[in-house]
Design a protein around this ligand. Structure first.
Ligand code: HEM
Length: 133
């Protein structure tokens, strides 16, 4: 039977990141907690800080009770579309991070003579200094 659960991309969920319009993604599920922010015993700031990403770890780290887990079902609005790509900005950061080892290799290849020159000059200066004595 087809499921009626609404699917959201992480990009879409991440746009709801304000006090009046706040969605969190926990364990692949999307919750609209806008109406609960003021009542949240952990404060609204922690929840707001957990928007725009998978907040499962933050939620679990806070050690939420069984009651909290039951309560959250009231705010369930859909599931995360696992086939959708993560937030594009994050992808760009990830891609840039992937390139770092490659860049280090390139720079090492280009500027290999600098450490060699430093060592060479030190040896010559050291040699001249000891000869003077
Ligand atoms: C649907 C989402 C959420 C619901 C319904 C919820 C509900 C609750 C409830 C009922 C408590 C009181 C303690 C308990 O019964 O466990 C609590 C505490 C807390 N929550 Fe949440 N919470 C949600 C999401 C989050 C998120 C995303 C964070 C992110 C870090 C968070 C952080 C905390 C913290 C730090 C406390 C501890 C407060 C304290 O003991 O001083 N919660 N939450």
């Amino acid at each position: 039977m087809p499921t009626l659960t609404k699917l959201f991309t992480m990009e879409e969920a991440s746009q709801h990141n304000t006090k009046d319009d706040c969605w969190v993604v926990i364990d692949g599920k999307v919750y609209d907690v806008s109406s609960y922010l003021d009542e949240h015993p952990g404060g609204d700031d922690v929840v707001l800080a957990a928007t725009g990403k998978d907040a499962t770890d933050e939620f679990e780290d806070a050690g939420h009770s069984k009651d909290a887990r039951e309560l959250m079902e009231k705010f369930f609005i859909g599931e995360l579309d696992s086939t959708s790509p993560p937030i594009p900005e994050l992808e760009i950061v990830k891609k840039a991070a992937k390139n770092i080892p490659q860049k280090v290799k390139e720079i090492t290849k280009q500027y290999w003579f600098i450490p060699v020159a430093v060592v060479g000059i030190s040896v010559v200066v050291g040699f001249l200094y000891t000869r003077k004595k």
